[in-house]
Design a binder for this molecule. Structure first.
Ligand SMILES: Cc1cc2nc3c(=O)[nH]c(=O)nc-3n(C[C@H](O)[C@H](O)[C@H](O)COP(=O)(O)OP(=O)(O)OC[C@H]3O[C@@H](n4cnc5c(N)ncnc54)[C@H](O)[C@@H]3O)c2cc1C
Length: 301
């Protein structure tokens, strides 16, 4: 009899042994044994329910813009939401979005409709599901500040619409636990396309001037400690340009680890540890990782 994963793969688009390096902005990661690409909410829901019931391990992947995927790949299933990209207008100031809507697509659509409130996400890669999982944003502001409700799947329960207060997101952490974003309703303010565009362009200019946007990275590697900046601490510890194999601390923004060519996940993990140890020794500060690190096969986690 076919395994539960194999029978799902007959109905829902799925690639075998798909290299994750193709799907992460760091361009790192070995093959996912099963790489599902559901295009409809009902397929995503079926995958989650069936995989959970069968006790099969699975992980969610959006734009791979905040992720270090393991060199040895993922032995179970990876569910990539990138084919679920629909946006529906709801009322005068709401957008209901599927989890694979990209942040650039969302910011552009809001701008074209003259809806303001997402400008701080300009230039941020990734998808809505990943952004809610990370509470993506800038400084103290995060996307959850604009979420009226998110429909979440949780193991063994029917999908439920949850408010921000119910989920309790924090700084660069959506606090989803084992929840999966199926859909979100984003609440915005009615403005004009010209005003939204001008605000977004000003933010993008600042960003392009300070971040290594043309190199392969996964954005900020560490969360800012209270009242300080991780980039400032890493820079002050003399780590700009520090390198392990192909993984390098960006000269432009010390909180970005970039793949300067041929970096492995092991290189990035070693460099992250070196940064953590050096900053702890020099300043007594324990940096907390913002980058999500999936374990190597057999390591658990
Ligand atoms: C050049 C660059 C600049 C960046 N600038 C910023 C910035 O200014 N601000 C900022 O906050 N971030 C920034 N980032 C990081 C990144 O863009 C955000 O964290 C983004 O929200 C990640 O979304 P993603 O879809 O790529 O998530 P992924 O990297 O695919 O996944 C991240 C986490 O979310 C989980 N996940 C994915 N989809 C779902 C889902 N549907 N339900 C539940 N969990 C899910 C994954 O399992 C994983 O744990 C930057 C990254 C880069 C490369």
């Amino acid at each position: 009899m076919a395994s539960p994963v194999a029978s799902l793969a007959e109905r829902i688009p799925c690639r075998r042994r798909e290299p994750l390096a193709r799907w992460t902005t760091l361009r790192i990661g070995g093959p996912a044994e099963w790489f599902f690409e559901p295009a409809r909410p009902e397929d995503l829901l079926e995958l989650l329910d069936r995989l959970h019931e069968a006790g099969e391990p699975f992980r969610l992947l959006g734009g791979g813009a905040n992720l270090l995927a393991p060199d040895g790949g993922v032995p179970g299933a990876v569910i990539h939401t990138g084919a679920m990209r629909r946006i529906f207008r709801e009322g005068a100031d709401g957008l209901r979005v599927w989890p694979g809507v990209t942040l650039p697509q969302l910011v552009r659509t809001a701008g074209e409709l003259g809806l303001s409130g997402l400008e701080r996400l300009v230039g941020v890669p990734g998808q809505v599901g990943g952004a809610l999982a990370m509470n993506a944003g800038a400084a103290d502001w995060g996307i959850w500040d604009r979420v009226r409700e998110a429909v979440l799947w949780r193991p063994g329960r029917p999908p439920a619409a949850c408010s921000r207060a119910e989920v309790g997101p924090g700084y660069r952490d959506g606090n989803l636990g084992d929840g999966v974003v199926l859909e979100a309703l984003i609440g915005l303010e009615v403005s004009t396309p010209a005003a939204v565009k001008a605000a977004a362009e000003a933010i993008l200019r600042r960003k392009n001037a300070t971040q290594p946007v043309t190199l392969s990275s996964a954005g900020c590697a560490f969360r800012n400690p209270p009242g300080d900046s991780a980039g400032r601490l890493i820079d002050a510890a003399g780590l700009k340009g520090a390198r392990v194999g192909g993984a390098v601390v960006s000269e432009r923004h010390a909180n970005f680890v970039v793949n300067a060519g041929g970096a492995t996940a092991a290189n990035v993990r070693d460099l992250l540890r070196r940064i953590e140890e050096t900053v702890a020794e020099r300043f007594g500060v324990r940096l907390e990782r913002e980058l999500v690190v999936w374990p190597e096969p057999g390591e658990g986690g």
